[in-house]
Design a protein around this ligand. Structure first.
Ligand code: PLP
Length: 505
């Protein structure tokens, strides 16, 4: 008897298909340019396929053709047929999959039936989503991890931990680097090593990842939120000076997205008031301020090696110190507060914040590739900045003299009011085009656990950046074609919105 699969199971798994519906992208040649703009706008599309009265494919039209037609003096009510690129081809939907895949390997192609009527589309640009920041594990990661396994050195004792710390200290130009299990405990360990605790205040920027403020709260100290500056997006020195009180013990500048905070006035204030400067450089490996690496500017600096950071160990972190005694205390606190000369004798209450040799092995391999990663980040930033130059609705990261941005994740501030869309609506439209984006962080003062730390201070800049900011795909592994697709999607959206607001209301 032939075997019959139970009815609840699908009898046949559908083959992976890149064919998707095309109805949203069709416009009649007799339709008006204004109608085409409305359709582009509603569908978050950059191209429409034009069909005649019998629904046969005639050509295609995008925002560039509409702009050109209007510039030639054609009115918004003139026909799409007069402005389109005629006969844009179209592939027979009956072609074998291998041939379709080969002939539609980049860009957007309409699939047509025997009568040249569009029945679907293939869109190579959106077949694979473009992620924000994915790791590149293209070096000796596997070789070094294998070495850990074959030698049995998999926990936090081992040669790779020592080498990772030594290599990192050398990179930063500091005497001490202490490897830890993630970037959040790196911050906590740094504050704890300086003895910061209940009764103390630590100044933290309002625009940051929550780990910055959480680490302060773990110590029992009180975080004091202050606004950020419009150019660096980081701690605003003017707002900072007003927030210093007799209880202030430390300042925590954060170098967001690879851009350094404006460190000179921060260091001057710290010196004047005797404060510790703990830099949260989680996002700023490789960034510099006046030639000094971020993280090595203040008294100590912390880093994260989470998988989306510039270099990764999966989870991991590092604290760098200049002071020998503080670094020694941090090492002890990392290892349960145990006296290094007397095993199981605990001098104080410590933590287990150690990094494993397995993770450090990956870190060593990642550090070997750092120069290449940084060079690629510069290319990505230069490419985006060039594509967005002169687009009034897109504010690109400020290029400031003496600031070497490492462009961990390239981010922009949009003129959402000018576009007539919220930032989240822009993100939804880009997502339709296969582009993953990320909002800038929410302001700390707006979230329930942190509201109390706002005092009566105002955060106009952090609020504006947070509401209008967007991070774009910036992986080291992103291709040139993907970069162009992201830039096309964002600039196309801006141009379509301009036309839509001018022609359709
Ligand atoms: C990633 C990050 C951290 C925390 O790092 P984890 O390794 O995820 O704990 C801290 N601060 C900032 C600004 C970060 O981006």
């Amino acid at each position: 008897m032939p075997f019959d699969p139970p009815p609840s199971l699908p009898r046949k798994v559908a083959p992976l298909s890149f064919v998707s519906p095309i109805a949203d992208l069709l416009v009649k040649d007799s339709a008006s340019l204004a109608a085409a703009v409305a359709k582009l706008d509603a569908g978050a599309a950059t191209t429409l396929f034009v069909v005649d009265g019998e629904d046969r494919l005639q050509g295609r039209i995008g925002v560039a053709e509409i702009e050109a037609a209007l510039a030639r003096g054609q009115g918004p009510q003139s026909r799409v047929g007069a402005a389109m690129i005629p006969d844009a081809g179209g592939l027979s939907a009956d072609l074998p999959e291998t041939e379709l895949a080969a002939r539609a390997k980049d860009g957007l192609v309409a699939l047509v039936d025997g009568e040249r009527r569009p029945v679907g589309k293939r869109d190579a640009t959106t077949a694979r989503r473009i992620p924000i920041a994915e790791p590149t594990l293209g070096g000796k990661e596997l070789e070094y991890v294998t070495e850990c396994v074959t030698t049995n050195w998999i926990s936090s004792q081992g040669a790779f931990v020592r080498r990772f710390e030594a290599d990192f200290a050398k990179l930063l130009g500091v005497p001490h680097a202490v490897a830890v299990s993630n970037g959040t405990v790196a911050l906590h360990l740094a504050l704890a090593a300086y003895g910061i605790g209940p009764g103390d205040e630590v100044i933290v920027p309002d625009l940051t990842f929550a780990a910055s403020i959480n680490a302060v709260i773990y110590t029992g100290a009180t975080p004091v939120l202050v606004d950020v500056a419009a150019d660096t997006w980081n701690l605003d020195p003017a707002a900072l000076s007003e927030a210093i009180t007799p209880r202030t013990k430390a300042i925590m500048p954060v170098h967001l997205y690879g851009q350094s905070a404006e460190m000179d006035p921060i260091l001057a204030l710290a010196r004047k008031h005797g404060l510790v400067v703990v830099e949260d450089a989680a996002e700023a490996v490789g960034a510099k301020h006046k030639g000094v690496p971020c993280g090595a500017i203040g008294d100590c600096g912390t880093f994260s090696f989470f998988s989306n950071k510039l270099i990764t160990t999966g989870e991991g972190g590092m604290v760098v110190f200049k002071d020998d005694a503080i670094a020694a205390r941090a090492r002890k606190l990392r290892d349960h507060g145990m006296n290094p000369q007397k095993r199981y004798w605990h001098d104080e209450v410590g933590f287990n914040y150690r990094l494993t040799n397995l993770q450090a092995a990956i870190g060593c391999a990642q550090l070997e590739q750092l120069d290449g990663f940084l060079a690629r980040k510069m290319d990505i930033a230069a490419h985006y900045s060039k594509r967005f130059a002169g687009v009034a609705e897109i504010e690109t990261p400020a290029v400031l003299p003496g600031f070497d941005n490492s462009y961990w994740v390239y981010s922009v501030i949009l003129d959402c009011a000018g576009l007539g869309l919220t930032r989240d609506e822009v993100m939804a439209r880009l997502s339709k085009a296969g582009v993953d984006t990320r909002p800038l962080f929410f302001c700390m003062h707006e979230m329930p656990p942190y509201k109390a730390y706002a005092g009566n201070r105002a955060f106009p800049t952090a609020s504006r950046l947070s509401e209008n900011g967007l991070s774009l795909p910036s992986s080291v592994s992103i291709t040139q074609a993907q970069l162009d697709h992201v830039a096309d999607a964002l600039t196309g959206l801006v141009r379509t919105r301009r036309l839509a607001r001018a022609l359709v209301s």
